[in-house]
Ligand binder design. Structure first.
Ligand SMILES: *[C@@H]1O[C@H](CO)[C@@H](O)[C@H](O)[C@H]1NC(C)=O
Ligand SMILES: *[C@@H]1O[C@H](CO)[C@@H](O)[C@H](O)[C@H]1NC(C)=O
Ligand SMILES: *[C@@H]1O[C@H](CO)[C@@H](O)[C@H](O)[C@H]1NC(C)=O
Ligand SMILES: *[C@@H]1O[C@H](CO)[C@@H](O)[C@H](O)[C@H]1NC(C)=O
Length: 410
């Protein structure tokens, strides 16, 4: 309603923030290029318009930031840092050190990379040409594309990489993989296919955890991509190798990933990329529908059902069964997830119980009570030998490489 208080407020915000041409697109006018929203409040940290922007931005910050107890001021600093990839320490200015209590400082550093890119502010994108979305023509009618808590489920056809690549243009992505003992034989194909399909055109760091650094193959990497070998110990049982991944990702997140990358993607190594896996997966916290259980009822999920385990899930509960071989998110969220899962496994060990699907059981418990902000369809994790490909699975992006379990695991 013209003249109503809310209309007045909207007009005021526009005047303060809008810095493009003055012509209004008009409701439903359908003109091209009526993209004024991204220009709102750009890059002027000290002006009134930014305050409005901060208030606007705060509700879209992920739950983690609320858990981490941000101040509004801090959100403002984080959101409007010109280079959102800066190391956490660098964000805390000298002036802040004088007034901020130590505990707050720690919170700040810990949450350093959490408030960036898509997670806290609306990124500005350049002019682009792409097909317009059609409200009355859903891109997919054969599969669920949204969880009940409004997290998109990523299938072929539901996203446009032109837009996403621009939005995530400045993201640095860490890909963690464990090649312990004989699993080093999978590295070459894994890395070669990742160079072809994984986050092409973006900054990528491969973090290869291994007890055999000499066996890491030299695979040529494209510009902007690097490989870091992290030497770690091995364990006699494959179950322990698998479970300790959470502890190692947690430790290294704290030690270096927080400073080095924005997002972490944590995957199994006995796999290969066979189609595009790009920034459409990036989000504060994401999990992947397990290819063996995506159509199963709750009772069919192999959740841990013994109440004595920290991974216990009641029969009446559960959204999906997530795969242990593909999860990730912002470094802060992955740090929280891996730390929580590791601690749960320590408690289980003390109680002489091991969850039925090891780290995967703990991952499922965590993702039940910390709802992922994106869910990847089984396109992102498939096994062509174990499963018949259903017609709605248009792409196979990351697939199992055949292996002799007995030979590789022992
Ligand atoms: C945030 O931290 C302050 C100071 O430590 C505390 O007083 C306040 O209760 C916290 N708020 C929330 C929502 O946790
Ligand atoms: C990426 O960084 C450049 C240089 O700092 C900046 O101009 C651009 O707006 C950023 N893009 C996004 C989507 O944040
Ligand atoms: C992880 O860090 C903790 C604390 O520094 C240390 O005790 C533990 O041995 C580390 N774990 C691994 C697997 O390196
Ligand atoms: C797997 O490897 C084990 C040990 O080397 C061997 O005994 C077995 O026959 C192999 N199985 C297959 C299916 O190749």
């Amino acid at each position: 309603m013209p003249g109503s208080p809310s209309m007045l407020l909207v007009t005021m915000v526009m005047r303060l923030c809008y810095n493009g041409p003055v012509a209004w697109p008009g409701w439903g006018g359908g003109q091209q290029g009526s993209a004024w929203a991204p220009h709102l409040c750009s890059q002027e940290p000290e002006t009134k318009s930014v305050r409005i922007c901060v208030l606007k931005s705060q509700p879209v910050c992920p739950p983690a930031q609320r858990r981490l107890n941000f101040t509004l001021l801090f959100v403002a600093q984080q959101c409007f840092q010109p280079d959102s990839r800066m190391g956490a320490e660098k964000r805390v200015s000298k002036d802040d050190r004088g007034v901020v209590p130590q505990q707050m400082l720690e919170t700040k550093q810990f949450s350093g990379s959490n408030c960036h890119l898509d997670t806290c502010r609306v990124p500005e994108v350049p002019r682009m040409v792409y097909a317009k979305a059609q409200v009355l023509k859903p891109t997919r009618a054969d599969v669920l594309v949204m969880t009940p808590w409004f997290a998109p489920i990523i299938w072929d056809g539901v996203f446009d990489s032109t837009i996403l690549d621009a939005q995530f243009q400045n993201a640095t992505i860490g890909l963690t993989v464990f090649a312990i003992k004989k699993y080093t034989i999978f590295l070459e194909l894994f890395l070669q296919t990742a160079e072809k399909h994984f986050m092409v055109g973006h900054r990528v760091t491969y973090y290869v955890f291994t007890d055999r650094p000499a066996d890491v193959p030299r695979v040529p990497l494209a510009e902007g991509r690097q490989l870091v070998v992290l030497e770690v110990r091995n364990y006699a049982r494959w179950q322990d190798v698998s479970m300790h991944r959470m502890e190692m990702i947690s430790n290294f997140s704290r030690q270096r990933f927080l400073r080095e990358v924005d997002y972490l993607v944590c995957v199994d190594v006995d796999m290969k990329f066979s189609d595009h896996v790009g920034v459409e997966i990036l989000s504060p916290l994401f999990g992947t529908l397990h290819p063996g259980f995506y159509r199963a009822a709750r009772e069919g999920f192999t959740y841990e059902r013994r109440p004595r385990s920290q991974a216990y899930i009641l029969r009446e509960e559960g959204d999906f069964y997530y795969a242990g071989g593909f999860f990730g998110g912002s470094v802060v969220e992955v740090l929280q997830l891996t730390t929580a899962c590791h601690q749960a496994m320590v408690v289980d060990r003390a109680n002489a119980i091991e969850a039925v699907c090891h780290d995967e059981s703990h991952l499922n418990r965590y993702l039940l009570y910390h709802k992922p902000t994106k869910v990847l369809s089984p396109e992102y994790l498939w096994d062509e030998r174990m499963l018949q490909r259903p017609p709605f699975l248009r792409k196979l992006r990351y697939v199992a490489v055949p292996k002799n379990h007995t030979e590789i695991r022992n």
